[in-house]
Design a protein around this ligand. Structure first.
Ligand SMILES: Cc1cc2nc3c(=O)[nH]c(=O)nc-3n(C[C@H](O)[C@H](O)[C@H](O)COP(=O)(O)OP(=O)(O)OC[C@H]3O[C@@H](n4cnc5c(N)ncnc54)[C@H](O)[C@@H]3O)c2cc1C
Length: 292
């Protein structure tokens, strides 16, 4: 079922994002994690694509198993940069055969190494191009797109970035999921400005619990999100005095406060970057109640 149809049934929800483990030997533990987190009854689960060194075949197999063995409505992330339309069609055909009916349509990141030229497909250069392809060739697919409350790092301006988000939605995306953010005001302002720009579809907030200072600093440097000064000071102080466990405690508490406030403000749901860590997600959602 398309995720937008599930959202439109009403009631607040959580959704969970997983990434395929790099090594197949980690898959049994990964699927145990999925099984545990499935008890939270997320509206949907999503699986990243190509990120962190995983292969596209890994993503496809994991998406298929989440959909069919774990009965999770599953959304496959799909990036188009460096892929031909034929490769994209083949992946979407495999999803269709597996009964997966939702895709997060992404451009993907440009290679970091200097001098490496991305093999740009002539027709699939942006997320909006992939959305159009899916909408036209696979009309039964539910489509989500990525949104950036703090503006995508390569964007020429905030306004241009918002216009390109609108293009993705106008081309056929049913809803958007945001990049992580640590200050809810950024999300609320972004949604308000998006509405003023004529964007009407749901923009789901993506929330990441910080579990490591080093890792979050690296993520932040790559994705263009920011950490509020106070929160960063708390994390650094925790790291100095209590180490990794103390950082995780502060990180989870911050994300829990964000989720509480977002739900109270009336968002349809919250998308959680699980980091494949069941115990972190359970702790994060302690005491959180979803509205009907
Ligand atoms: C929720 C979420 C999940 C993600 N999952 C993954 C994943 O699984 N795997 C992965 O590799 N990456 C993932 N990413 C990262 C994503 O691939 C990168 O952020 C990527 O750099 C941009 O993808 P996009 O689809 O938003 O690109 P686009 O929408 O194409 O935007 C990229 C840049 O181009 C500009 N732009 C857009 N359209 C046009 C146009 N027509 N003309 C000129 N400029 C344009 C935008 O302003 C922006 O600066 C995810 C991001 C989010 C928010």
């Amino acid at each position: 079922m398309k995720i937008i149809d599930l959202i439109n049934q009403g009631g607040q929800f959580i959704s969970l994002e997983f990434f395929p483990p790099k090594s197949r030997s980690d898959w049994p533990v990964f699927f145990q994690t999925v099984q545990r987190l499935a008890t939270l009854k997320p509206l949907f689960a999503s699986v990243t694509y190509g990120a962190g060194g995983s292969t596209n075949a890994d993503s496809l197999e994991i998406v298929t198993r989440l959909q069919n063995e774990f009965n999770l409505e599953t959304m496959a992330h799909l990036t188009c940069i460096g892929s031909t339309p034929e490769e994209i069609h083949a992946f979407l055909n495999s999803l269709t055969d597996a009964g997966v009916t939702n895709v997060l349509a992404l451009r993907g990141d440009l290679p970091q190494e200097q001098g490496e030229v991305p093999a740009l497909s002539s027709t699939l250069q942006h997320g909006s191009d992939l959305v159009s392809l899916i909408k036209n060739a696979f009309p039964a697919m539910g489509i989500c797109a990525a949104a950036y409350p703090e503006t995508h790092p390569e964007a020429t301006s905030t306004e241009a970035d918002r216009a390109f988000l609108k293009l993705k939605l106008d081309n056929g995306a049913d809803c958007a999921i945001t990049q992580l953010f640590f200050d809810n005001n950024l999300y609320h302002t972004f949604v308000q400005q998006s509405r003023e720009s004529g964007i009407t579809r749901p923009i789901l907030p993506g929330i990441l619990p910080v579990v490591s200072l080093k890792v979050i600093k690296r993520i932040i440097s790559l994705c263009g999100a920011s950490i509020p000064k106070d929160f960063l000071s708390q994390l650094e102080e925790a790291d100095r005095t209590g180490g990794a466990a103390a950082v995780q405690k502060i990180g989870i508490a911050h994300a829990r406060t964000q989720i509480r406030e977002l739900l109270a403000s009336g968002v349809a749901g919250v998308h959680i970057y699980t980091l494949n860590r069941a115990e972190v997600v359970f702790e994060l959602l302690e005491g959180i109640e979803l509205g009907q």
